[in-house]
Structure formats: structure tokens, C-alpha cells
Design a protein around this ligand. Structure first.
Ligand SMILES: NC(=O)c1ccc[n+]([C@@H]2O[C@H](COP(=O)([O-])OP(=O)(O)OC[C@H]3O[C@@H](n4cnc5c(N)ncnc54)[C@H](O)[C@@H]3O)[C@@H](O)[C@H]2O)c1
Length: 356
């Protein structure tokens, strides 16, 4: 099996918890190079994964000039600039969400990847969750879906450090990250327009945790989405009504930062079946998403309830395998950049429908 030499930009939390361990364990990739503005952090991570110092870069463009690198994984906070640079350097790209801060950025990333004939895949791991794959198939069999309800109240991630040993560097001036945050906010504002400034925290939420649910909705019900109503309350709790063709969806998302909770589920109600999938805290490796199915028992109208854990396979691992398959077998990723453009459209429409 040919191993693909991959360079990883951003050695922070998601890289350390998920991507680096799965890349390192796989026969498909070798972690060939690292890039992080924190050299201290990069040295520690490089030591752990056996990446020599000459292939550790503080500057992403320098990493891209290494012609041995075939693919990059982008886990920094701002993704547009590195995606464009990587595509122009002819590297295949796996980019964490969000897929840019605006529709214009998303479209430009797709265009540049196409022009340079590279794969562009977005890290929407829940699409590769076996529980969701089961739900998607089950939805195809359901008649007269009367309602879909998506509820995603994420909690604080502060407790991540109680669960994982996460390396940190202290060698970067905090002003660097403050400047980055301000620039990212400006790009988000460009995405929704100055007139929607009050909804910036809500848009940021949509680009963050909620993006995982919007992509699931589209993959279950298609891209023909019309936002009928949005209410933004307490700054960044979003409730929307979205119509996907004939199917109406109530979408609720928010962050409950004072609590170590994760409350994310996706329910579908129809004439003959009710279905719900409960997603666990995403960093709980191999914890299965649990699907609840309630169907009529035989010919009667009595409900029969089944609780199904479809697999212990980890969605973050599955997506890495898929990226490899797409590169080696020249396939379009299921969560391609082209597909993700639709999420940016949907987020823009959710904000545009927000009540004042
Ligand atoms: N798919 C998921 O479930 C999931 C979960 C968590 C985070 N994410 C996404 O992954 C990305 C990273 O999140 P995180 O929690 O790991 O953040 P983090 O802050 O822990 O890590 C980001 C790393 O990037 C480095 N960095 C930032 N700008 C850089 C630059 N210009 N050049 C080189 N290095 C740079 C930082 O020093 C830091 O080490 C975010 O965009 C986030 O949305 C996705």
C-alpha cells in the first residue's frame, strides 16, 4: 500500500486528539511534516510523532515548497489562506471546518482546487458516522415525513484537558492570536454584511458546531433548502425553520458554556416511523451514536422501540480513510469543498432570515 506523505498545519487540540493519532496509526499516510506558529508546541508534537526538525516549519508556505509532500491537513483557525496556497502548490487538501468564513471564500477555494486538479475535502466527520449512515438509509424508507428536528446544544470544551494530555506552547505573543481573531471576525462580517453585525456571534456558531448538523440535514434531505424563519436569542442561540423540499425542519443550536454537557440529536417523524440519533460528545473516541427507532408492531398500531448502536468505528478515523481513497482512486470526497459551499449558502440564508 502506498503511503501518502502528509503535512499538518496546526498542532493544536483537534490535531493532537484526533487527526495525528489516526494518521500515525494508519498504513495510508505518513506524517511527513508539521507546521505551527508555536515552535515549542511543534517540537513537542514532532518528537511524539517522529517528525524530524528539518521537516517542522513555522511558515506554511515553506512547508508547501517541500515537493515530497503530497497532501496537507489544515487544522489552524483560518482556512481560506492556507487552502488557496496549498491548492496552488498542487497538494491535496483535507481542511477542518469551517469551510471559510463566507460563501465567496468557499467558492474561491473550490475554484482554485479545481484549477489545480487537487482533492479538497472538508472535515465533517459526522457524515462518516455509521449511525448517521444508518439513519440516512432508514429515511429513504420512511413515508410522509411530517417533521424533522435538529437540536445541538454544545457544552464547554474546558474539560477536554481533564480527559487528554494536550501539549501547549508558550512562545507566541498573544497579540498574534488576537490579531487573527479580529481578522477572522472581519471576514465573517464580510460574509453576512455589515447590516447583520448584531448576528455575528450567531453566524460564528453556525460556522462552528452547527455546521456539523447543517451538513447532515443536506445529506439526508438534499440541497433544496429554504429558510422560513430564524430567531437569535441571548446572542448566540439560533432557532430556525428550514424547508428541504417537502420536509420541514426545526433547527435549534447553541452553546451552553458553563456546563460540561453535550446535547445533540437529530429526529425524524413520519406516518409509520419515528427516528432519533443521539450524538455523544465528539471527542469521546469510539462512543457510538445511538439510534432510536419506533415503528408499529406488526399489523397493529402499537409502537415497538429499538435502540441501535451500529458500530464502534470512529468517525474521525473513517474520514481519514475516505480522504486516502479519494486521492488514490481519484474520487470526489463525499464532503467535498463543492458540497460544503451549500452549507455556507444555508448559513447566509439563516442569518438573512433572522428577526429583528
Ligand atoms: N471537526 C471537528 O469536530 C472539530 C473539532 C475541533 C476543532 N475543529 C476545527 O479545527 C480547527 C483547529 O481547532 P483547534 O481546537 O485544534 O484549535 P487550536 O487553537 O487548539 O489549534 C490551532 C493551532 O494552529 C496554530 N496556528 C494558528 N495560526 C497559525 C498560522 N498562521 N500558522 C501556523 N500555525 C498556526 C496554533 O498555534 C495552534 O497550535 C478550527 O478551525 C476548528 O473549527 C474541528
Amino acid at each position: 500500500m502506498r503511503k501518502i506523505k502528509i503535512g499538518v498545519l496546526g498542532c493544536g487540540q483537534i490535531a493532537q486528539i484526533m487527526h495525528l493519532p489516526y494518521l500515525s496509526a494508519s498504513d495510508e499516510f505518513s506524517i511527513y511534516a508539521l507546521c505551527d506558529v508555536s515552535v515549542e508546541l511543534m517540537r513537542a508534537v514532532g518528537f511524539e510523532y517522529g517528525v524530524p526538525e528539518e521537516r517542522q516549519y513555522a511558515d506554511f508556505n515553506q512547508m508547501l515548497s517541500n515537493s515530497d509532500i503530497e497532501a496537507v491537513l489544515i487544522c489552524s483557525k483560518e482556512h481560506f489562506t492556507p487552502v488557496i496556497a496549498a491548492a496552488k502548490a498542487h497538494k491535496h487538501i483535507f481542511v477542518e471546518k469551517p469551510f471559510g468564513f463566507s460563501l465567496a471564500q468557499a467558492e474561491e477555494m473550490v475554484r482554485t482546487a479545481d484549477e489545480n486538479h487537487v482533492k479538497l475535502m472538508v472535515g465533517y466527520m459526522k457524515v462518516y458516522d455509521s449511525g448517521f449512515e444508518f439513519v440516512k438509509r432508514k429515511i429513504q424508507e420512511m413515508n410522509n415525513i411530517s417533521l424533522v428536528r435538529v437540536h445541538d446544544f454544545g457544552g464547554s470544551f474546558a474539560y477536554t484537558r481533564d480527559v487528554f494530555d494536550i501539549k501547549k506552547g508558550n512562545d507566541v505573543d498573544p497579540a498574534f492570536f488576537d490579531k487573527g481573531k479580529a481578522e477572522n471576525n472581519q471576514m465573517m462580517l464580510d460574509g453576512i454584511g455589515e447590516e447583520n453585525k448584531e448576528f455575528l456571534p450567531a453566524y460564528s456558531l453556525l460556522l462552528g458546531v452547527s455546521s456539523h448538523d447543517l451538513v447532515l440535514l443536506r445529506h439526508a434531505f438534499g440541497n433544496d433548502a429554504e429558510v422560513l424563519f430564524t430567531s437569535v436569542h441571548n446572542g448566540s442561540f439560533v432557532s430556525s425553520v428550514i424547508r428541504f423540499g417537502d420536509v420541514e425542519c426545526i433547527f435549534e443550536s447553541g452553546l451552553v458554556m458553563k456546563r460540561a454537557i453535550w446535547d445533540e440529536n437529530f429526529s425524524v417523524y413520519s406516518d409509520d416511523v419515528n427516528l432519533r440519533i443521539d450524538f455523544p460528545w465528539p471527542y469521546l473516541k469510539n462512543a457510538p451514536s445511538v439510534v432510536h427507532v419506533s415503528e408499529n408492531y406488526g399489523e397493529s398500531s402499537m409502537p415497538c422501540e429499538t435502540k441501535i448502536s451500529t458500530s464502534f468505528s470512529e468517525a474521525y478515523r473513517n474520514e481519514i480513510h475516505h480522504f486516502y481513497d479519494c486521492i488514490i482512486n481519484d474520487k470526489e470526497p463525499i464532503t467535498s469543498g463543492r458540497d460544503a459551499v451549500n452549507d455556507l449558502k444555508l448559513m447566509r440564508d439563516i442569518i438573512a432570515a433572522a428577526r429583528r
